[in-house]
Design a protein. Sequence first.
Length: 413
Amino acid sequence: MRRGSGQADAAVLTEQPAIATRGGDIIAIGRRQDVRRQLEGLGLSEGAFDSIDASGATVTPGLVDPHTHLLFAGTREREITLRQRGAGYLEILAAGGGILSTVAQTREATSESLLAHGRRWLEAMLRVGVTTVEAKSGYGLQRAAELRLLALADSLGDEGPVDVVPTFLGAHAVAPEYRERPDGADAYIEEVVSEQLPAVAEQGIARFCDVFCEPGVFSPEQSRRVLDSARGLDLGLRMHADEIENSGGAQLAGQLGCASADHLAAVSDEGVAALAAAADRGAPVVATLLPATTLNLMSDHYAPARGLIDAGVPVAIGSDFNPGTSPTPNLPLVMSLACLKLGMSPAEALTAATANAAHSLRLSDRVGSLEPGMQADIVVWDVPSHTQIPYWVGASLVRTVVKRGEVVFGAMT
Ligand code: NIG
Ligand code: FE
């Protein structure tokens, strides 16, 4: 995890760099002659390795997308027209559209079709250099439907090559069954806590629990209730916090010690201060910013990335891949938005999409940086410098992707 001025340390290797991998892990990295010597020390000769020539290219860790709603059925392009006519996101949701229309279609979808969809989009992510993906449930909103989404996400990770980290998001919206009740939100939260969460813990697949803490969806008190019980069940905590309007979500994330507070487009100064205080006391909450969502919502109100970084908060970026507010699997595109809309430097954006994203998923001992002992998840980019990755907006720049030491996409040599 890198924060403050350290967020810009992109750990760029120069002078004939080389990386050696074995058994899926990086075993040596540095100047080529040093790597050769280290291999000899291990009784290995450089010539015995398959090699990829990355001359003139740029090599980075596999990208880590720390916020996706990978599995859903149906599409919602109609909402673009509604937004063009002035409808707000929360307004569309309150009218039973938005998330709820995806819930209806996802509940009806066969597992085979959801798996085919998941494979298609994981492949699209892999092609742009993403090798680890967080995947939220949240389009089931009832016990069996949520458990199914988690199980499908898990099996896609088992299929590989992209690693999938499942997150339980039962509190994504008030389920349709509760919407007519005056106490609907509280009653649904009660179901999430007493019925869904214990089953999710028993299933043993989800690593995190997330909540959509937003005025008109779930309040900070309701969010706290869910996350407190999730913590009791040994799940890590994440939040959709202060996405559209401020409700003190960032402060709650700081108090609860969440691994990640996501969106933050409407975070207050107090919220930034709360996240900075958490980082200063050694319990950093990663601020996971999702500028593709702001773009899709046709808003000009981007998260205050500079203020967060300057206050010492570690910043990650994610695609927020979902059918409503961010139908993009393209994390390098989000790196471009981080530079163009959030004021981040290319190096800060790269850290945000690798080391800090990995930290928010509690995976920084395995992925997100190129060091001996880390998983050999490596991307070779067809550009001479990492500063050109966000520069060529929307271009296909990936030459080769290596996952756990194997070439899984692109050129073999
Ligand atoms: O992160 N805000 C809540 N969840 C998603 C949107 C999901 C949807 O609209 O289907 C988000 O923006
Ligand atoms: Fe989201």
